[in-house]
Ligand binder design. Structure first.
Ligand code: SF4
Length: 644
């Protein structure tokens, strides 16, 4: 069956849905996905905002009859696919789609850990005691054990960290609760399903596990479709590296204590081991080099505090040996021993070849780790050579009009299928890009004053309805304080409330202003006139002092390439495109994106950014955008707003 026909003007969706408008780009995308699922290979597919990507890959995936994994950037999109898209497709297409959703283990309640907490002295502590009754009732009735289904306990409630599953705490088939375990159930459902909806974190956690001999979390599959595929390099970097933090060591000790509850004899000796791990962890992390801005710093071999590392490693080895020798052997004690060994391995891999080691000595949980400099070879070996069919799709994959950058970063070194589906939006009419040339360089000391003045003028013109997106927290705070105090409109700052709450308030006001950073650059959807102006302070270049970014640049420079043009510029262009994408969410939206970084017009590389953005009219004169902003503010507000 032709997936394009199902989405087309004479298909069942057009007949069954009164407001259905077929989209030629969506049909083209569905056919491209269907083709690669039939013939195998790699497909890179950029689909502009409004294409309707989700249906364009779900339909061919369902028709393929193969085991297809769909990997999304967020859990919210997983929920949307399971709760809305698949039921709608099933009912309108009349086909049976056997799908299961698998989230990261920490989304599911662990019955064993719940029992341990309930029986421990901690259960009487107010921060746990207040949520335990609701949790107990819920466990009686829930089929999923998915914490998202229990709205009465907030996501940040401390009880969750004590009762959810995790790759380090899950015991598996030797657990007393195994058959009744929510994770076991979800895995069994996935084993039976044809479509398995996962997210990138889970996908790469599973991929990294497949070579270690540990049981993989996901069933085997024939094909994978990555939505929001521009995030893949970052997620792969996370999972193909290693990391040890004080929080991980604290958690190990806490779980080890819980595992010995009731074992009087063992407990006394173990207390000495626990104290040793905690003390040596503190010694080690406080001896690490720090950075002034709280970011990561490189950790070359000579900067590793060897003595403190050796002492911590010894303490972990003793803890592991002691728990391995608990008699009679108990699975939860053996698991503590395995976790201690894994932490030792991670500490031991700080100098692994092809990786860059780093330290982050400040913040809530100081950490050390190592990250691959180039994930391309790892993806080639573990993904491209193993999975016959891979689709990468996103609204932002090309830079300057081609896929070269993303191909290189994703380890694709052969000819693959490429498809560029234009957005159905009429950017030329719906949007303008205001890129003034008169502002100082954003690195100059007079930039903040000039930016404040410009932002105030823009917001007066649009009568609010604006996002002010900064590339750093510092700049966000400066702008929020100096601009916010002069505004006649309600204004919000990222961090004042949870993201979704801020977005709801922003939308309800209709003329509010929100100051935010990178976390609002993507996955935020505010259709309608509530958002008619997006102001971006600076081109979003990666921080060049970050050890991973610095190592990547150095590698390219050593190979005789320009790291600036080959890496920093295209990566920033993709981010900018994401930020730009917040503005126009429907065919009726109108608005202006203002980029206050004059380098986009003055520097040669600015052309790469301009060529990467949707084809909006480029203006550098406030008068040219006044009319568009006025008409944007007169369009109706819409009811839904989401963060994903
Ligand atoms: S099998 Fe793992 S996740 Fe399930 S209850 Fe046991 S320890 Fe918890």
């Amino acid at each position: 069956m032709d997936a394009g026909h199902l989405l087309g003007p004479n298909g069942p969706l057009a007949r069954g849905i009164a407001s259905y408008e077929h989209r030629p780009g969506q049909i083209r995308m569905a056919r491209a996905v269907q083709d690669v699922l039939q013939h195998d290979g790699v497909l890179l597919l950029e689909a502009g905002t409004g294409t309707g990507k989700t249906w364009a890959y779900l339909i061919p995936a369902a028709l393929s009859g193969r085991r297809v994994l769909v990997s999304t950037g967020t859990r919210a999109l997983q929920d949307q696919i399971m709760g809305k898209d698949l039921p709608a497709l099933k009912s309108h297409l009349g086909i049976d789609i056997n799908a299961a959703c698998v989230k990261g283990l920490s989304n599911y309640l662990c019955r064993r850990r719940f029992q341990e907490l309930s029986r421990s002295a901690d259960a009487t502590q107010p921060r746990f005691a207040r949520s335990l009754p609701a949790l107990r009732n819920w466990i009686e009735s829930t089929q999923s054990g998915d914490r998202a289904d229990l709205a009465s306990i907030a996501e940040e409630d401390p009880i969750w960290s004590r009762v959810v599953s995790g790759s380090d705490t899950r015991i598996g088939s030797r657990c007393d609760f195994y058959d009744d375990c929510f994770v076991t159930r979800v895995r069994r459902r996935a084993d039976d399903a044809q479509l398995v909806i996962v997210n990138h974190h889970l996908f790469f956690a599973d991929l990294a596990l497949r070579d270690t001999g540990f049981a993989s979390v996901l069933p085997d599959y024939d094909a994978v479709i990555f939505d929001e595929a521009h995030q893949i390099e970052d997620t792969a970097t996370l999972f193909f590296g290693s990391r040890v933090s004080t929080a991980m060591l604290d958690k190990l000790v806490r779980d080890a204590r819980a595992a010995l509850r009731g074992e009087r004899g063992e407990k006394k000796q173990a207390t000495r081991l626990f104290d040793a791990v905690l003390q040596r962890s503190s010694n080690f992390f406080s001896a690490l080099p720090g950075s002034a801005n709280g970011g990561r710093v490189p950790l070359p071999p000579e900067a590793i505090p060897e003595g403190a590392l050796f002492a911590l490693d010894n303490a972990l080895a003793e803890l592991a040996a002691s728990f391995r020798n608990v008699r009679p052997p108990r699975e939860n004690a053996l698991q503590i021993a395995r976790r201690a060994d894994q932490l030792r391995d991670a500490l031991g891999s700080l100098e692994a070849p092809g990786q860059v080691s780093w330290a982050q000595a400040t913040g809530r949980s100081p950490a050390v780790g190592s990250s691959p400099i180039d994930v391309g070879p790892l993806l080639r070996e573990r993904l491209h050579e193993r999975v016959p069919c891979v689709v990468f799709t996103s609204a932002t994959l090309t830079t300057g009009g081609d896929f070269r950058f993303v191909k290189h970063r994703l380890g694709i070194d052969r000819e693959v299928s490429e498809e560029l589906v234009e957005s159905p939006f009429r950017y030329e009419e719906q949007a303008a890009l205001y890129a003034p040339q008169h502002l100082p360089d954003p690195r100059a000391s007079d930039f903040p004053d000039a930016a404040v003045k410009e932002i105030l003028e823009l917001i007066q013109m649009s009568e609010g309805g604006a996002f002010v997106l900064s590339t750093s927290l510092r700049m966000m705070r400066i702008l929020a304080k100096r601009v916010g105090e002069q505004l006649d409109y309600e204004w919000f700052v990222q961090g004042d409330a949870p993201k979704q709450t801020l977005l709801d308030r922003f939308r309800d006001q209709g003329n509010a202003v929100l100051f935010a950073t990178a976390s609002f650059w993507e996955g935020v959807d505010v259709p309608g006139s509530a958002l008619r102006l997006v102001i971006i302070d600076k081109l979003p270049f990666d921080v060049p002092s970050d050890p991973v970014i610095a190592a990547r640049c150095e590698r390219l420079d050593e190979a005789g390439e320009s790291s600036f043009m080959r890496y920093l510029v295209p990566a920033a262009a993709l981010s900018l495109k994401q930020g730009f994408g917040r503005l126009i969410r429907t065919r009726r939206d109108r608005g202006v994106v203002a980029i206050l970084d004059s380098r986009i017009r003055r520097k040669g590389y600015g052309k790469v950014f301009l060529r990467s953005l949707p084809p909006a009219r480029v203006c550098d004169n406030l008068d040219e955008i006044r009319e568009l902003l006025i008409s944007a503010s007169q369009h109706p507000n819409m009811s839904s707003v989401s963060a994903s």
